[in-house]
Every structure is written in structure tokens, then in C-alpha cells.
Design a protein around this ligand. Sequence first.
Ligand SMILES: [Zn+2]
Ligand SMILES: [Zn+2]
Length: 64
Amino acid sequence: MLYRNYLHKVIIMPICNVCGEEEEIVTKCKTCGTNFCEYCGDVEAKQCIECFGGSDEDGDDDWL
Ligand SMILES: [Zn+2]
Ligand SMILES: [Zn+2]
């Protein structure tokens, strides 16, 4: 059991597959299925930054 009391809490945080950080909320990309945090894609569109950014892969981040 991964269940502990609050003094020794074990919380399984979802991990953003884009930035690798643990986040409280991640969204699953509807295109590629990766989990991303609110900083790594468009949560409302349910697309990670890679899919939302379209085809440019040269590191431009002018997608906003
Ligand atoms: Zn992220
Ligand atoms: Zn994606």
C-alpha cells in the first residue's frame, strides 16, 4: 500500500512529459497522448506544445 498518514505523506504527482517536472495537474494530449502541464501546451485545446506548435521543430517558441 502506498498509503501513509499526513506526517509521512506519499503523494504520487503526475509528471509532465514535456518539461519533466511534477505538476499537480497534467493534461493528456489528444494528439500524441503525452501528459503535459499548463506551461507545456494548450490545456483547453488538449494539445502539448509539440503538437500545438505544429510542424516547426527548430526550437522557435513564438507559438503564443
Ligand atoms: Zn511541463
Ligand atoms: Zn502532443
